[in-house]
Design a protein around this ligand. Sequence first.
Ligand SMILES: [Zn+2]
Ligand SMILES: [Zn+2]
Length: 139
Amino acid sequence: MERTAICCCGSLRVKVRGEPLRVVVCHCFQCQRRTGSVFSDNANFQRAQMIAVEGETKTFTRATERGGRMTFHFCPRCGSSVYWDFSLDPLTVGIAVGAFADPGFAKPVRSLFGVSRHHWVPDVEGAEAYLADQHGPRE
Ligand SMILES: [Zn+2]
Ligand SMILES: [Zn+2]
């Protein structure tokens, strides 16, 4: 199956083939600021599954709590953050689940940074929950 993640204005399009390795929600403050929402929903794919990227991107790179750097690729026209790279895991790519605009998309199996989860956001049933990243203490 092929799916296309698309920014708000439609100029940045990322096509992937096959199912995601995993879907992870993250409640960290960086994800809250990046998305403007109170948590992010992120699909990880093998880089080889990313079969096409159309449109220009600008990038923002930051250090992560567990070392390495994340580089976010966003549309310079509308600002949507669509996909990202993690320097410590160069064979995978993260894609914003919301960019697929598919309510049937796979549900998260992991929940990160419970320490900054908004008080009204429920646990994802059946997902492994961590207070920080997946190397941190569990909830
Ligand atoms: Zn755009
Ligand atoms: Zn996060």
